[in-house]
Design a protein around this ligand. Structure first.
Ligand code: 13P
Length: 251
C-alpha cells in the first residue's frame, strides 16, 4: 500500500433504497470520522439512492459518492440509461466500470467499458475499472493474460495522462460473494502485473475486491501493490465497513 492515499469503496450492488441509504450514512459518518483523514472512503449506492446519499453526505464530506455504472453516451434515446452529467449533479466522484456482474449479465464488452471510461474521465470523475478472471481461466493458468487483455481492451488506447487517472480493481470472479477470498500473494502478483503493464500505472491505486472482510483486509493492503479495497457484502453494514477500513489501515 504505497501509491497515493489508500481508497476503500463500498459497492452496494442492488441493495438499499433511499431511506436505507440515509440510515446507513447516519450511522457510518461518525465511524468514518474516526478513520485517519488521508484514507479515501466512498460508497456506491444504487442510482435511485444517489440523491438522498448526496444530501446526507454533504455536511461532512468525509465520504465520497461512487456510481455503479454509467452510459457511454452524453444524452438521448437510451431508455433506462444514466448519463455522466446526471451523476455530476450529485457530486459523484467515482464510477465503477466493467464489474464482472455487468460483464456477465449485461454482456458488457471491453470496447463498451472503454467508452464508458472515456465518458467518465471527460466529465471529471474517476473511473474504477474492474477486471478479473473466472475460476476456469485461473485453473487453466491464464489469469494474468486474461486480466491484462481486459485492461488493454478497455483502456489500451487511452493516452498516458488519462491512464494515470484510473483506479483499477482486481476482482477475481470466483472470489466475489463466495467467501473464498483470493490469497494475498496471488492478489499481489496480479496487482504487480497490472502496475507493470504501462508506465502510466506506476502510481495509480490498485484495489482488491472479492470477499474482503474486516478479518482479511489488512493482509491485502500490506501487499506492496494493493492500495485498498472494492468491498461488496461487508460494506452494507456501517460497523463492518468501518471496522474493515480501520483495521486495514492500522496494519
Ligand atoms: P463481495 O465483497 O461481496 O465478495 O463483492 C465484491 C465485489 O464484487 C465488489 O465490487
Amino acid at each position: 500500500m504505497s501509491h497515493g492515499a489508500p481508497l476503500f469503496v463500498g459497492n452496494w450492488k442492488m441493495n438499499k433504497n433511499a431511506s436505507q441509504t440515509r440510515s446507513f450514512i447516519e450511522a457510518f459518518v461518525p465511524l468514518a470520522d474516526a478513520i485517519p483523514p488521508h484514507i479515501r472512503i466512498a460508497i456506491a449506492p444504487p442510482f435511485t439512492a444517489l440523491g438522498s446519499a448526496a444530501a446526507a453526505l454533504s455536511p461532512s464530506r468525509r465520504v465520497a459518492l461512487a456510481a455503479q455504472n454509467v452510459s457511454e453516451f452524453p444524452e438521448g434515446a437510451y431508455t433506462g440509461e444514466i448519463a455522466v452529467s446526471m451523476l455530476a449533479e450529485f457530486d459523484v466522484a467515482y464510477v465503477i466500470l466493467g464489474h464482472s456482474e455487468r460483464r456477465l449479465y449485461q454482456r458488457e464488452s471491453d470496447a463498451e467499458i472503454g467508452a464508458k471510461v472515456r465518458a467518465t474521465l471527460a466529465a471529471g470523475m474517476t473511473p474504477i475499472l474492474a477486471v478479473g478472471e473466472s475460476l476456469a481461466v485461473r485453473e487453466e493458468g491464464h489469469a494474468v493474460a486474461h486480466v491484462l487483455a481486459q485492461i488493454d481492451g478497455a483502456v489500451g488506447a487511452l493516452d498516458d495522462e488519462s491512464a494515470a487517472q484510473l483506479v483499477i480493481a482486481y476482482e477475481p470472479v470466483w472470489a466475489i460473494g463466495t467467501g473464498k477470498n483470493c490469497d494475498c500473494e496471488r492478489a499481489q502478483e496480479m496487482a504487480l502485473a497490472i502496475r507493470q503493464r504501462r508506465s502510466a500505472f506506476a502510481e495509480i491505486p490498485i484495489l482488491y475486491g472479492g470477499s474482503m472482510k474486516p478479518e482479511n483486509a489488512a493482509a491485502y493492503v500490506r501487499m506492496p501493490d494493493i492500495d485498498g479495497g472494492l468491498v461488496g457484502g461487508a460494506s452494507l453494514d456501517p460497523r463492518s465497513f468501518a471496522d474493515l477500513i480501520a483495521g486495514a489501515v492500522a496494519a
